[in-house]
Design a protein around this ligand. Structure first.
Ligand code: ZN
Length: 243
């Protein structure tokens, strides 16, 4: 599909961007795991920026309790599959990109075929079982995994791209217990937008800023902390001795 570059006029003017970068983005493929609180701002931001190929994976349907944050869905989409609702909203924003939807629960067995030729994985999930499957697949395909999470007024983000960085299992060798997460829309929007910016920079051929760093954000106090993070030499997923 031909691109109308007028749409991207304001980002083409960013230092180091230009038409070549925009064309590169139009050929890029991002896998978005989850079409909920984080998945909505991630998918929206990638669509706005002109990332040419998006795969969105989610098994849920839209519920009224999603509507305080999941802005690609609306009252009319209650009961619809989230992927379908998100696709409809995104196509109305940018018809020049291709959006594939998949409604499978992500497992170690199916993740590689779900990923296809994706250049990056963006983790917008809320459970660690599927996150571990994303992590192993990212390591195997040597593509980055942009991690984001929220709890209440707090958010966390980093990028895993071993061997330059630790992997998810270095940081979280055991799945933290999860229940229903308290959350408000502004927090998921902020964290998801930051995940998307990291992804866009990588897909545009630029360096990712969060390698080896985890940002911990307290949106109530509006204070951000930064942790340096290193690979675990004993990690069963990414260490050469463990693999
Ligand atoms: Zn690891």
């Amino acid at each position: 599909m031909t691109q109308d570059f007028r749409r991207y006029k304001r980002q083409l003017a960013i230092d180091g961007w230009g038409k070549e970068t925009q064309e590169r983005l139009s050929k890029a493929h991002a896998f978005i795991a989850g079409a909920g609180g984080l998945g909505c701002p991630v998918a929206m931001t990638l669509a706005l920026a002109g990332v040419g190929h998006l795969t969105i994976c989610d098994t849920d349907t839209v519920d009224i309790t999603n509507l305080n944050r999941q802005f690609l869905h609306n009252e009319k989409s209650i009961g619809l599959e989230k992927t379908v609702s998100a696709q409809k909203a995104l196509e109305a924003i940018n018809s020049e990109i291709s959006i594939k939807t998949v409604q499978y629960k992500i497992t170690h067995e199916n993740i590689e075929s779900l990923l296809g030729n994706s250049h990056i994985i963006i983790d917008c999930l809320d459970n660690f079982e599927a996150r571990y499957a994303l992590n192993r697949a990212a390591l195997k395909k040597n593509i980055p995994l942009v991690h984001g999470a929220v709890w209440g007024m707090e958010g966390r983000i980093t990028v895993f791209h071993s061997p330059e960085t630790p992997c998810l299992e270095c940081m979280f060798p055991n799945a933290p217990s999860t229940g229903e997460t308290p959350v408000m829309g502004g927090v998921t929007s902020a964290v998801g937008s930051m995940q998307a910016i990291e992804a866009i920079r990588f897909l545009a051929g630029q360096d990712m800023s969060l390698k080896g760093r985890m940002l911990i954000m307290d949106f109530a106090a509006m204070k951000f902390q930064e942790l340096e993070i290193w690979p675990d030499p004993e990690c069963p997923a990414c260490s050469t001795s463990g693999r």
